[in-house]
Design a protein around this ligand. Structure first.
Ligand code: ME8
Length: 509
C-alpha cells in the first residue's frame, strides 16, 4: 500500500497579482509533492486563494468592480502563473467556492452548538491591511507589528472562539509532538511569546463589512477571515459533505507549508479549531523565511516587485524554480535579485549540468555516432563515480525528509561535479586517439550517461522541464525511483538524440 501524503501551501489573498514570494512557497511545495510522488507516495497537493475580507472588499470598491469580479481576475492570473511554473497541484481551492462556504458555515454552527463559539462584544485594535487584531502589548511603537501601519480601535458585537479553553491541551500537544512546529526556533517563539502568556478568546465574526461567509443563524455577521481561510484545508477534502472520501483518505495533513508570519495562525488557531471539532491535528507546520529585496520584504502592499512571468520568460522556468529551491536554506530569510538568479543559473545549471550533458553527448556523437554501449572495461577510477551515484538516493531522501531541499539539490550536483571531474581524469579525447582503448572509452561514456541518468531521475522533482529534455536527449524512459537501485539500467546500445543546449550562460546585467 502506498503512503498517503497531504501537503498544502497557504491560500493567498488575491488582493493583487502574486509575486516571487508566493512563487517561492508554491515552488517548494510543488517540489516536495513531486518528490513524494516520485518516491511512490499517494500525494494530494492543495493550493488556492483566500478571497474574503475587508481588504479585498475595499480594493474592489476602489477599482469599481464587485469583489467577486475583482478576485476572479486575479485568480485567473494566478492559475496561469502556476501553469507557467509547472505547479502540479491536485486541487485549487477558492474560499468563494460554494462547497467551501457551506463547510465553513457548518463548522461555525458546530462550534457554536458545542459552546466553543459564543456571542460577546469586541473592543480591539485592528490592522485592516493585515486583517489582524492586536493587543496593546503586541504593537510596535503603537503600530501594527507586521506592517508598521496604524491600527484602529473598533467596538462591535461579535462571536468569540474559546481559544483559552484549549490552551493547556495545545501546549501539551506541541510538547509531545516535537516535529509539529518546524523549524525549532519558531516553536519556541510560539510557546514563549504567544501561548504561555495566555490565549485570549478570538473574535471570529465581523459586522462592519459583508464580503465574507455569512453566519447562518445571525446573518449580519460574516465569519472572521482566518476561521474561513484555515477551514480550506479540510473543506477541500470534502469534510462535512456528502462525499468525504478524500477527507477520510488524506486527513490529517502531513505538511502545511507557510511563511513565518502566519505560523501563529497555523499552530494556535488551527489546531484548536481541530481539537474543538474532534479532528486529528496536522503532522507538521513548517514556517519558512522570507525572500527579501535589498533587505526588505517583497510585498503586495509595498508594490516593490515585478511580475514573476518576466523572470520565467527571460531566464526560463527552471532557472526560477532552481533559484527558489537552492539559493536559501529552507527556513531562513534570503535575498532575491536578478543578479543572484543569474549567477545561480550560470554556476549550477549552465556550467555544471548543461555543460556536462552537452559535453558528454557531444563526445558520444563524435566518437561513436551517438551510440552508448556498456563494454564493461572497468578501472578503479570508476568506483568513486558509481559509489557516489548509488549513494545519492539515500542522501537526497534523508534531506528531503528533513525538508533540507537546498542540501538535496547539492547532493545531486555533487554527482554532476564528480562527472565533470571524471571527464577531466579519464580524458576521453586521449582514449579516442588510441585504437586499443576504444572499449574503455565506450565504458567511460556509458558511466557518464548512466550517472547523468541517476542525477536526472532525482532532479525530476525540482526542474521537471529540464529533466524531460535530458531524458529525451538520453533517449531513455528508465526514469523511476527504483531504477536507482543498480548502476547499469541504462540500456546498452542506445542511440542518443541530438544535444540541445539546456541553459545558455547569461551575461551579467
Ligand atoms: O497570509 N517571501 O495570504 P498572503 C516568502 N491568506 N514567502 C512569501 C513572501 C516573501 N517575501 N511573501 C509572501 C495570507 N509569501 C493568508 C493565508 S492560509 C490559511 C491563509 C508567501 O497572500 C508565504 O507563504 O499574504 C506567506 O506566508 C504567504 O505568501 C502569505 O500570503
Amino acid at each position: 500500500m502506498k503512503n498517503k501524503f497531504y501537503i498544502t501551501t497557504p491560500i493567498y489573498y488575491p488582493s493583487a497579482n502574486f509575486h516571487i514570494g508566493h512563487c517561492y512557497t508554491t515552488i517548494i511545495a510543488d517540489a516536495i509533492a513531486r518528490y513524494r510522488r516520485l518516491s511512490g507516495d499517494d500525494v494530494f497537493f492543495l493550493t488556492g486563494t483566500d478571497e474574503h475580507g475587508q481588504k479585498i472588499q475595499k480594493k474592489a470598491e476602489e477599482t469599481g468592480v464587485t469583489p467577486q469580479k475583482y478576485v476572479d481576475e486575479i485568480v485567473d492570473n494566478a492559475k496561469d502563473l502556476w501553469k507557467s511554473l509547472g505547479i502540479s497541484y491536485d486541487k485549487f481551492i477558492r474560499t468563494t467556492d460554494k462547497e467551501h462556504v457551506e463547510v465553513v458555515q457548518k463548522i461555525f454552527k458546530k462550534l457554536y452548538d458545542k459552546g466553543d463559539i459564543y456571542k460577546g462584544e469586541y473592543k480591539g485594535l485592528y490592522c485592516t491591511p493585515c486583517e489582524s487584531f492586536w493587543t496593546e502589548t503586541q504593537l510596535v511603537d503603537g503600530k501594527c507589528p507586521d506592517c508598521g501601519r496604524e491600527v484602529n480601535e473598533v467596538t462591535e458585537e461579535a462571536y468569540f472562539f474559546k481559544l483559552s479553553k484549549y490552551q493547556a491541551k495545545l501546549i501539551e500537544y506541541i510538547e509531545t509532538h516535537p516535529n509539529f512546529i518546524e523549524p525549532e526556533s519558531r516553536k519556541n517563539e510560539m510557546i514563549n511569546n504567544f501561548i504561555k502568556p495566555g490565549l485570549e478568546d478570538l473574535c471570529v465574526s465581523r459586522t462592519s463589512f459583508n464580503w465574507g461567509v455569512p453566519v447562518t443563524f445571525d446573518d449580519k455577521h460574516v465569519v472572521y477571515v482566518w476561521l474561513d481561510a484555515l477551514s480550506n484545508y479540510i473543506s477541500a477534502l470534502g469534510y462535512l459533505t456528502d462525499d468525504d472520501s478524500l477527507f477520510k483518505k488524506y486527513w490529517p495533513a502531513d505538511l502545511h507549508i507557510v511563511g513565518k508570519e502566519i505560523v501563529r495562525f497555523h499552530t494556535i488557531i488551527w489546531p484548536i479549531m481541530l481539537m474543538a471539532l474532534d479532528l486529528e491535528l496536522p503532522k507538521q507546520v513548517f514556517g519558512h523565511g522570507w525572500l527579501v529585496i535589498n533587505g526588505g520584504k517583497i510585498s503586495k502592499s509595498l508594490g516593490n516587485y515585478k511580475d514573476p512571468r518576466e523572470y520565467i520568460e527571460t531566464y526560463g522556468v527552471d532557472a526560477v524554480r532552481y533559484f527558489a529551491l537552492r539559493e536559501v536554506p529552507f527556513g531562513n530569510d534570503g535575498n532575491f535579485s536578478e543578479e543572484l538568479l543569474i549567477s545561480r543559473t550560470n554556476a549550477d545549471l549552465a556550467n555544471i549540468l548543461g555543460n556536462l550533458v552537452n559535453r558528454t553527448i557531444g563526445m558520444a556523437n563524435k566518437y561513436f555516432d551517438g551510440i552508448i554501449e556498456n563494454t564493461n572495461v572497468c578501472e578503479d577510477i570508476d568506483n568513486n563515480l558509481k559509489d557516489l551515484a548509488l549513494s545519492l538516493k539515500n542522501k537526497v531522501d534523508s534531506n528531503m525528509n528533513n525538508l533540507q531541499i537546498s542540501d538535496a539539490l547539492d547532493n545531486i550536483f555533487e554527482l554532476f561535479r564528480a562527472c565533470n571531474k571524471y571527464i577531466d581524469d579519464t580524458m576521453p579525447w586521449v582514449l579516442a586517439k588510441d585504437e586499443t582503448k576504444q572499449d574503455r572509452l565506450k565504458t567511460v561514456l556509458y558511466n557518464l550517461i548512466e550517472s547523468i541518468r541517476f542525477g536526472t531521475v532525482l532532479l525530476q522533482a525540482f526542474i521537471p522541464t529540464t529533466t524531460e529534455k535530458i531524458f529525451n536527449q538520453l533517449n531513455t524512459n528508465i526514469i523511476d525511483f527504483n531504477s536507482l537501485d543498480k548502476f547499469g539500467y541504462y540500456k546498452s546500445n542506445t542511440k542518443l538524440n541530438n544535444p540541445e543546449v539546456l541553459f545558455k550562460r547569461i551575461e551579467a546585467k
